[in-house]
Write a protein that binds this ligand. Structure first.
Ligand code: ADP
Ligand code: ZN
Length: 623
């Protein structure tokens, strides 16, 4: 529920964006900017940040400058705004001097409402002088976490934005990001001197997403099973290397799951093509490096798989955030292997800057911890973003959904702690387990660990279970894991106390591998049902009606493709999939009915209304 706001904001929302309601805190953020106050906006990916500055830009007298590091997306964003009848432009390194000149002249003449620029542009003195000649109403800083070394994507250019603040001390600033921990948030406020900014922190919980971590053993089969759950549903698989994406895409296609590879090494044209075919639903699966997905507006992605751990929790949350933007049940699966951390460490070691290296290591440690978790994953993720969850389990992550039983591990836990102490607390879980299991390995003999009293004293557990117990002891605070290139386990003071007391110790052990088809809150079955009917609000009454709707949807999609091609735009700029679905279900007969659809405003009706109404009429006659 949105409180009733100034009526003209609602009107602008419908006129220029085609939406009837503000989402979450949008309206409060906008009102704050219109009062001339600074704002810090923290919303998850897909939360609707762009509207927070685009709408005030229309209501304010002068120009709104949007600083964004995503040069590749600026053109799409500007095209999208123009399709909505908004005077938007961008300046970045893809334009030549004459084009930049033209944009700047238009801006000076008051013909531009929203101007996108990259941070490096903003630090050029000539550009700052140009800005000084404008009437600058608002400065929006997108991806504001890039200003902080504590963030996951530090960009030195962002530090120059402080200079922008000094030059325009009276202009309100809106800093926006999807990924701000407390530390990053206070860094943004400090660097940009926004101490009097209002802060808007959205609810980060995405209840329709299921979080799931699986062992990477048999990764390909696991992947096939996941895809088989909802054949043809849109999915993104993130890989570590370019070669991985191509190989995996080919193997999946071979096995009847049409997939395209996407990475930064491909020609821009082919990348754009893949992106559009994915958005249009022609190719259901994209196997990508992280280069894929920034700013992608596809609401019905049902599955996001990480084939290798990402570099940080922030990155993971952002990438999984691309699933289920339409609110329908969707899955996020991480295929985990301890060894994959070395892939990241290789690159971390190459980093020359010591502070950046330390940050990267800490972040990798965070995602490792997430992967090994034996407690609710959602609780852990939300805590990372400073949000606490109630006492109840989330019921929608693999840990909460797993069957587990409480087992007495008193004796084996004592053995694990003793092994850590006897080996000098300088080794990781794998080594301790090998010693306890009495494995005859060269390294153990070299270290003389086969001579210790703890060598071979565990006979009732296998290696995997033993490691799972060690992980639980870390979570219980009896062991502490050092992060770094080689994680070692040390016994904590609490662990030493417990060893003395010899109190009984129970832990919850999973007695199943997380199953693919286990029903849960919004589990696989619900997702399958949702995928069959699409993100439409009304479910078709009969199979006949469903068939009709689908037929019309396909035709409208083809029409959209043609119109977009004529303009050289990506298809979603015309109408997005959700709007086309709604159009197919409700079959509007006139412009007024069309205007009632979500995502349709007057500018779009004027431009495309007649063609789409005609296509619907033709279809109604035939079907
Ligand atoms: P973010 O930048 O936070 O990742 P976007 O600004 O790209 O998110 O918005 C995500 C999606 O939500 C877009 O498709 C956008 O058009 C849509 N959206 C934003 N605000 C609203 C709203 N008030 N009502 C309906 N859809 C909205
Ligand atoms: Zn949970």
């Amino acid at each position: 529920m949105t409180p009733a706001g100034p009526p003209d904001l609602r009107r602008l929302l419908k006129t220029h964006f085609g939406y009837d309601e503000f989402r979450g805190q949008q309206e409060r953020v906008i009102a704050n900017a219109l009062m001339g106050r600074h704002g810090v906006v923290i919303m998850p990916t897909g939360g609707g940040k762009s509207l927070c500055y685009q709408l005030p830009a229309l209501a304010l007298p002068g120009l709104t400058l949007v600083v964004s590091p995503l040069i590749a997306l600026m053109k799409d964003q500007v095209d999208g705004l123009r399709a909505n009848g908004i005077a938007a432009e961008f300046v970045n390194s893809s334009l030549d001097a004459a084009e930049v000149d033209r944009v700047q002249r238009d801006a000076l003449a008051g013909r531009v409402k929203i101007l996108y620029a990259a941070p490096e542009r903003v630090s050029i003195p000539g550009f700052q002088r140009f800005l000084e000649r404008l009437r600058l109403s608002l400065i929006a800083i997108d991806e504001a976490h890039c200003i902080s070394e504590w963030g996951h994507d530090f960009r030195p250019d962002y530090r120059n934005l402080a200079e922008l603040r000094r030059r325009f001390p009276a202009t309100p600033v809106m800093a926006l990001t999807a990924t701000a921990t407390d530390r990053v948030r206070s860094d943004i406020v400090e660097q940009l001197a926004l101490s009097d900014a209002a802060e808007f922190i959205a609810d980060f919980d995405r209840p329709n997403l299921t979080y799931d971590v699986r062992s990477k053993q048999n990764a390909f089969n696991t992947l096939l099973n996941l895809l088989d759950e909802q054949p043809g549903a849109p999915a993104i698989v993130y890989c570590f290397s370019r070669a991985d994406t191509e190989e995996l895409a080919a193997r999946l296609t071979d096995r009847g799951h049409p997939a395209a590879a996407y990475h930064a090494g491909l020609e821009p044209e082919s990348r754009r093509d893949t992106q559009e075919r994915f958005i249009d639903g022609v190719v259901p699966i994209v196997v990508a490096t992280i280069a894929f997905g920034m700013g992608i507006d596809k609401p019905d992605v049902r599955l996001v798989v990480h084939h290798t751990i990402p570099k940080s929790i922030e990155a993971y949350y952002q990438e999984t955030g691309r699933a289920g933007r339409d609110g329908q049940p969707s899955r996020c699966v991480l295929l985990f292997s301890e060894g994959d951390r070395h892939k990241h460490e290789y690159f971390i070691r190459e980093t020359s800057d010591a502070a950046a290296r330390a940050t990267a290591e800490r972040q990798l440690g965070g995602i490792m911890e997430y992967s090994r978790l034996h407690t609710c994953r959602r609780r852990f993720l939300l805590a990372h973003f400073g949000q606490t969850m109630g006492d109840d389990a989330c019921g929608n992550c693999d840990v909460c959904l797993a069957q587990s039983e409480s087992v007495d591990v008193t004796v084996v836990a004592q053995k694990l702690l003793s092994a850590a102490i006897r080996t000098g607390e300088r080794f990781g879980a794998a080594h301790l387990c090998n010693v306890l299991l009495g494995r005859n390995m060269g390294r153990i003999r070299e270290l003389g660990h086969d001579q210790l009293s703890v060598f071979g004293i565990v006979t009732d557990y296998d290696g995997n279970t033993l490691r799972a117990i060690a992980a639980q002891l870390v979570e219980k605070g009896l062991l502490a894991r050092s992060e770094g290139q080689y994680a070692t386990l040390a016994v904590t003071p609490a662990g030493r106390r417990w060893l003395k007391e010899r109190a009984e110790l129970q832990v919850n052990m999973r007695i199943d591998e997380p199953g693919v088809n286990r029903p849960g809150r919004g589990g696989a079955r619900a997702a399958r049902d949702a995928a069959a009917s699409g993100p439409v609000t009304q479910t078709p009454a009969t199979p006949e009606q469903a068939r009709r709707e689908q037929g019309l949807f396909e035709e409208l999609r083809t029409l959209r493709r043609r119109l977009a091609d004529e303009q050289g735009w990506p298809a979603f700029v015309v109408f997005n999939d959700a709007t086309l679905r709604e159009m197919s279900a409700t079959m509007p007969a006139d412009e007024a009915a069309m205007l009632r659809l979500s995502g349709v405003g007057p500018a779009k009706v004027e431009r495309y209304g007649a063609v789409f109404l005609d296509a619907i009429r033709q279809y109604a006659k035939r079907a």
